[in-house]
Write a new protein. Sequence first.
Length: 338
Amino acid sequence: MKSLKILGKNSIRTDEVDVPEPKSGEVLLHMLYGGICGSDLHYYFNGANGEYVVREPLTPGHEMSGTVESDPSGKFAKGTPVTVAPATYGPEEPDIKDRRHLWAGGTYLGSASTMPHTQGGMSEYLLVKDFMVRPLPDGLDIEVAALAEPLSVGLHAINIAGGVEGKKVLVSGSGPIGLLCAAACVAKRAKSVTATDVLDGPLSRAKAVGVDETINISQAAIPESSYDVVFECSGVPAASSAALAAVRKAGTVVQVGMLPNEPKPINLAPFLSKEVTYLGCFRFNDEIDEAVKLLASDDRFESVITHVIPADDAVHAFEVAKNSAESGKVLISLWIDE
């Protein structure tokens, strides 16, 4: 079978590898679409995602959709359209029983955090544990289903914040995660949703998912102390300072965007003076089930997908995904017509 492999900085190729054989408790999937995530961009353009360095050929991809090819247990029929929850979990940690995504020893598809690396889904076929498979409801397009994983991140952020219904919300950064978080806030009946960015392209996509207001922060200031909840989705330290300034007294800021693993200046004075609740947010727990239902029932999320590019043109796909002025979510179609 064909499989995309990142070899290091600015190096990706298509390899021929063996098709894996599923055992009991495993399912072989025929992959159709894979979304390019920020971590995939780091692996390709930098050869590393933070401290996780590509040390062997790595198949990217954890935002996936496809169909069931083979299931020895018979739980899933061949041809069933599915998406994938990309995590496995380590041993239970008693102090955080309800947050299994934080337990040590787990894996995540398409990650160099383990050695051997945990290979991702941008291949013709993918072998997963049966508990990772999520069948799609009627009416959910298999292409759109590739948004389930990143939408789950936005839903997890909303849950971390304690919900958004009836609240004034600011979403900082209108890349794919910010767009999906903003769309989820609209779907979950926030009183108002404002999206920010430094580029007009992402802000136009924010309008398409239904936000009430957009602010280009290269041209206008964000109103201070004006929002009940702020989701910081850009991962830029300066934006974290702006988020703390924008939230109201006793409000909540959720840090969704990954910050660099190094000392960076952030102004914490508003955090203290306004008694702000500042919360971290990492991947997601079990929100993918809600994500699948939302994608099936609400078409506002579909506009986040701006490009679908064949796997044989993967270099171009990564270049497009890097250009946030031009693209929202970029999907790779995985040799569907072969």
